[in-house]
Design a binder for this molecule. Sequence first.
Ligand code: HEM
Ligand code: HEM
Length: 134
Amino acid sequence: MRAFYGRALTDPIIGFIFTDVARLDLEAHVPTIASFWETILLGARSYSGGAFHPHATLNAQVQLRAGHFQRWLLLWHAAVDELFAGPRAEQAKSHADRVAFAFHGRLQTMTPAPEGPLTGLAITRHGRPGRGDR
Ligand code: HEM
Ligand code: HEM
């Protein structure tokens, strides 16, 4: 977890969401996230649920797109693979994939402009109008 968050917070693609948007206090966040993972992976029942809600709040501030989730997962898979191997490591990765997929799907139903494969890409023109525009 610390290996993951150390990188996530400094990541060029998703880091700003933690540091600038959520202004996450990592030390305060660690116990919650640890209980989330020990509930999923180690049979503890310390996490009471409701993981989606803070992401909905976040999404209202900065739209969490497929690319953000892909980046999150890439960093998570890399951190897990560097430190662990075996069935629990596989579970840590596959469960994260499912949660990310589910979160993204739920967020899209809440976001005004649903994100299609190419939405968010706009064709823009730069510079002053020239002859070609007439
Ligand atoms: C040992 C078995 C499992 C445990 C203890 C477990 C635990 C959890 C926990 C604690 C959450 C967060 C829920 C929340 O915060 O509201 C979650 C979310 C989720 N899990 Fe699992 N899980 C298990 C197996 C599975 C399996 C087998 C699947 C799918 C085949 C799955 C799919 C999901 C999905 C899609 C979510 C996100 C749901 C959402 O909030 O939209 N889980 N799981
Ligand atoms: C774009 C991807 C994501 C971003 C930017 C992100 C960011 C954040 C931030 C900033 C918080 C703290 C929110 C707050 O307390 O105000 C948070 C909480 C949390 N995140 Fe994520 N997250 C992402 C994806 C995921 C995924 C895929 C999972 C699970 C596999 C996950 C699991 C959690 C959990 C368990 C919490 C704690 C929720 C609680 O307070 O109970 N996040 N996330």
